[in-house]
Write a protein that binds this ligand. Structure first.
Ligand code: NYM
Ligand code: MG
Length: 211
């Protein structure tokens, strides 16, 4: 799983609606991998620690207003500013477990009414994930989970549109896990998907997103 064998690391992304359980499952998967001695790191987007990320964070907290296309490009820029580090980590054998990536970027902005192809364009050239796991949770169910509604976008009607766009973006790297199952069951399924992915992506060179 990356590291001493000399192979590259895997880029594994978890996607889903707000409160679908991604962050908890990323943490669980990461500690499982570390427990096995894998060289792995947990990342997330938006990465709110950079100056671009702070602009995004203020926007999400409703502390600032930004034009829809502008914020879309900021989310994308936030991935671009991390591309170099991501590539060097992967090439040096570190597996990255990433909480949201380009599919979030496209699905959330398209759900606001922006043109789908326009939304995809700035993602092209970012590193393509080896595996995207979609945690499927009904928007109503997610809304019952703690902390829901604190940020922009956390509204049931909007999340339903996001879910439709996510489904329209499925590709060969996409796997769906029922996120309403007990946490331990979800965790078990993620481990299995991860293990299969690692076997398949060993030896495959890194690729770029080409949407
Ligand atoms: N989001 C996230 C976007 O709209 N575009 C993006 O490119 C990304 C990565 O930000 N509602 C949205 C999805 C979430 C919000 O994410 C914050 P999180 O995982 O709740 O911190
Ligand atoms: Mg959120």
């Amino acid at each position: 799983c990356g590291g001493k064998g000399g192979g590259r690391g895997a880029l594994v992304v978890l996607e889903g609606l707000d409160r679908s359980g991604k962050s908890s499952q990323c943490a669980r998967l990461l500690s499982f991998l570390k427990g096995k001695g894998c060289n792995a790191e947990g990342w997330r987007f938006p990465d709110r620690t950079t100056s671009v990320g702070q602009m995004i964070s203020a926007y999400l907290a409703n502390q600032s207003q930004l034009d829809d296309r502008t914020v879309h490009l900021l989310f994308s820029a936030n991935r671009w500013e991390k591309r170099g580090l991501m590539e060097s980590k992967l090439l040096s054998g570190t597996t990255l477990i990433v909480d949201r990536y380009s599919h979030s970027g496209v699905a959330f902005s398209a759900a606001k009414g922006l043109d789908l192809e326009w939304c995809k364009a700035p993602e092209n050239g970012l590193i393509a994930p080896d595996l995207v796991i979609y945690l499927d949770v009904q928007p109503e169910k997610a809304s019952e989970r703690g902390g829901y509604g604190d940020e922009r976008y956390e509204k049931i009607e909007f999340q339903k549109k996001v879910a439709d766009y996510y489904l329209s973006l499925r590709d060969s790297t996409w796997k769906v896990v029922d996120g309403s199952l007990p946490m331990e069951t979800v965790e078990e399924q993620l481990r299995e998907l991860f293990t299969n992915c690692i076997q398949q992506c060993q030896g495959k060179p890194l690729a770029n997103l080409a949407w």
